[in-house]
Design a protein around this ligand. Structure first.
Ligand code: GRF
Length: 200
C-alpha cells in the first residue's frame, strides 16, 4: 500500500509515522508528502527521510478545485492508496473527499466530538475538562467529523500547564496514528455508518 501524508506545519506526526515505518510497525510505503506551506518543517523532515515531497502553492489558484486537482495529479502519479492528514491546515472539499472515499484519515488532539477546530488542546485546557485526548478518524465532508477509528484519553492534572498538556497529547498522538494506519493497511477497519469496527 502507498501512503501520502499531508502536512502544513512542524510534522512531528509525520516523523512518528516515518519512525513507525522504520521499526516495521507499519508496512506501507510512505511515497509522498504534500504541503501547502513551502516553509513547513514537515517538508524538511520528509526530505531528510528520503521521501518525495511536493509543495503545492494555494496562492497560485483562484479556486479551490484547481488547487485540489493539482494535489490529485500528484497523488495519481504515485498511485497513492491512503491519505494521512497530519496537521494539514485546510478543509478538503466534498469532491476531493468523495474521490478518495474512506481512504483519508485525520488525527485530532481532543476527544471528538468535543473541541473541534484548530485549537483542540487549548480549548479543552481552557474549558477545564479533567480528561481530554486524541482521536483518529476517517475524513468526511465536515471538519473533524467522520467516523472514529481510535481514541485515547489523556488526564489533565492540576499541575498541568498548556505546554505540559500539549507534550502529553503529542506523545499519545505519535503512538496512536501509526496504530490506526496499521489497522487500515491490514484491512481490519470496517466502517458501518458512523461506527468503525475493528475486525480480525
Ligand atoms: C497535531 O496536534 C494534530 O492532532 C493536529 O495538528 C497537529 C499537527 O502537529 N491535527 P505536527 O505537525 O504533526 O507536529
Amino acid at each position: 500500500m502507498k501512503i501520502a501524508i499531508f502536512a502544513s506545519g512542524r510534522g512531528t506526526n509525520l516523523a512518528a509515522i516515518i519512525r513507525a515505518k522504520k521499526k516495521g510497525v507499519i508496512k506501507s510505503d510512505i511515497s509522498l508528502v504534500v504541503s501547502d506551506d513551502k516553509k513547513a518543517l514537515a517538508l524538511k523532515r520528509a526530505a531528510r527521510g528520503g521521501i518525495k515531497t511536493v509543495f503545492i502553492d494555494p496562492e497560485k489558484f483562484t479556486i479551490k478545485e484547481d488547487f485540489e486537482n493539482e494535489i490529485t495529479k500528484a497523488l495519481e502519479a504515485e498511485a497513492i492508496d491512503l491519505i494521512i492528514l497530519a496537521g494539514f491546515m485546510r478543509v478538503l472539499s466534498p469532491a476531493f473527499v468523495g474521490r478518495f472515499k474512506d481512504r483519508i484519515l485525520n488525527i485530532h488532539p481532543a476527544l471528538l466530538p468535543s473541541f473541534k477546530g484548530a485549537q483542540g488542546i487549548k480549548d479543552a485546557f481552557d474549558y477545564g475538562v479533567k480528561v481530554t485526548g486524541v482521536t483518529v478518524h476517517f475524513v468526511d465532508e465536515k471538519m473533524d467529523h467522520g467516523p472514529i477509528i481510535l481514541q485515547a484519553a489523556v488526564k489533565i492534572e492540576e499541575a498541568d500547564t498548556l505546554e505540559s498538556l500539549e507534550a502529553k497529547i503529542h506523545k499519545v498522538e505519535h503512538k496512536l496514528y501509526p496504530l490506526a494506519i496499521r489497522l487500515f493497511e491490514e484491512g481490519k477497519l470496517k466502517a458501518e455508518g458512523r461506527k468503525v469496527k475493528i475486525v480480525d
